[in-house]
Ligand binder design. Structure first.
Ligand SMILES: O=C(O)c1cccc(C(=O)CC[C@H]2O[C@@H](n3cnc4c(=O)[nH]cnc43)[C@H](O)[C@@H]2O)c1
Ligand SMILES: [Zn+2]
Length: 353
């Protein structure tokens, strides 16, 4: 990643603090979290795929010319996940990586339509993610919850299928807490998804669509108006609309900010031009997230280091950011209090003379 605002410039002690800080991650994609090792292993298993088998070649493969190119590459990795065992392994390994970064709680965005349409049995798919979730919690202590997202560009068939999988009591996994909308935004108007979000919300799910990542603030308004968004995935272009910023701040609708992702997909030109500072200045709740970490050459720790530089934060400021994610999460009150306390205790101990 080339940018004059290099996260590695953050002082070494701040990196150590971030690495040990208990955190929550609210915007991270399942397939987009597949490590280079897993991707190359799966690619070797499926020689018909164009995905490189050499982990080093993946760095070039994961260099994107624009958002559409990113989605093409993303789908080539989706194509590698063909069996329930692939799904289980991927989910378990994602949890291991989150635990390594002291992530206590994560809401992982999963696109079940992409797997069921490729022939994975829906029951086996749900069992695989739930099995990995329970194993990860028992073994790593990291609590995982699911957000099922509609791949919007795949149309209303995908919306119907995703809603069915998310609301059918016989299928719906225990860990499911929210409902999303991902993929390209250009040419995919948000209002058409209102009936599907209405059904998901009626079934008790929280609304967390991507919006304003690759289109203007009107898409964020649409997500709020039609999809009743409780948080916004990215929301980057909100900065262009002061009324929208004021509304997000007043309604306490948090943005799931993923700085490195925005550079990697070329949604934002440089980190120096990222609007995160404007969000904070406007009083909008900002959470820090990694999106598709190995594809973007990042991880959550690095995103916190980037945020520290962009927002000029010290340890206490970083701890507040981490607590923003806990507060904006769909954890219950006791769960939020537990992680908040852990963050405070850790920070106080770290800063003690
Ligand atoms: O699975 C299919 O067959 C399919 C057919 C047509 C279109 C799609 C998609 O558009 C899938 C998009 C996929 O991308 C995921 N994702 C990951 N990172 C991001 C992001 O930063 N912004 C938006 N979407 C993202 C998303 O979860 C979808 O699953 C699929
Ligand atoms: Zn995303």
């Amino acid at each position: 990643m080339t940018d004059h605002l290099d996260a590695s410039v953050a002082p070494r002690e701040l990196h150590a603090f971030i690495a040990a800080l208990p955190k929550a991650e609210l915007h991270v994609h399942h397939v987009g979290s597949a490590s280079p090792r897993i991707v190359s292993e799966l690619a070797a298993r499926h020689p018909d795929s164009k995905v490189p088998t050499d982990p080093e070649a993946l760095v070039d493969y994961f260099t994107f010319t624009d958002f559409a190119h990113f989605i093409d590459v993303y789908l080539s990795v989706v194509d590698l996940i063909r069996t329930p065992e692939d799904v289980r392994l991927l989910t378990y390994e994602v949890a291991r990586e989150l635990a390594r970064q002291q992530v206590r709680y994560a809401e992982l965005t999963i696109t079940p339509f992409s797997s069921t349409r490729r022939g994975i049995d829906e029951r086996a798919f749900m069992d695989a993610i739930e099995d990995a979730r329970k194993a990860a919690e028992a073994e790593f202590g990291t609590v995982l919850r699911w957000c099922f997202d509609i791949p919007g560009e795949a149309g209303l068939e995908a919306a119907e299928e995703t809603t069915r999988l998310a609301t059918d009591d016989r299928l719906r996994p225990e860990g499911l807490v929210s409902f999303g909308l991902g993929g390209p935004e250009i040419g995919v108007p948000r209002p058409q998804f209102k009936p599907y979000f209405d059904r998901a919300i009626a079934a008790g799910l929280h609304s967390v669509p991507h919006a304003g990542e690759t289109t203007g603030p009107e898409t964020v308004w649409d997500a709020l108006t039609y999809l009743r968004a409780e948080r916004i995935g990215h929301g980057t272009s909100s900065a262009q609309d002061p009324k929208l910023l004021a509304h997000l701040a007043e309604q306490r609708i948090a943005l799931e900010v993923c700085p490195t992702s925005n550079i990697a997909t070329r949604a934002v030109r440089t980190l120096g031009e990222h609007p995160i500072k404007e969000f904070v200045r406007a009083g909008v709740i900002v959470t820090i997230n990694s999106d598709d970490p190995p594809m973007f050459g990042t991880d959550l720790d690095n995103e916190y280091a980037v945020a520290a530089r962009l927002l000029d934060l010290d340890e206490r400021g970083l701890a507040e950011l981490a607590k923003n994610a806990v507060d904006a999460s769909f954890l219950d009150v006791a769960g939020k209090a537990r992680i908040r306390d852990e963050i405070d205790t850790f920070t106080t101990a770290w800063l003690a003379p």
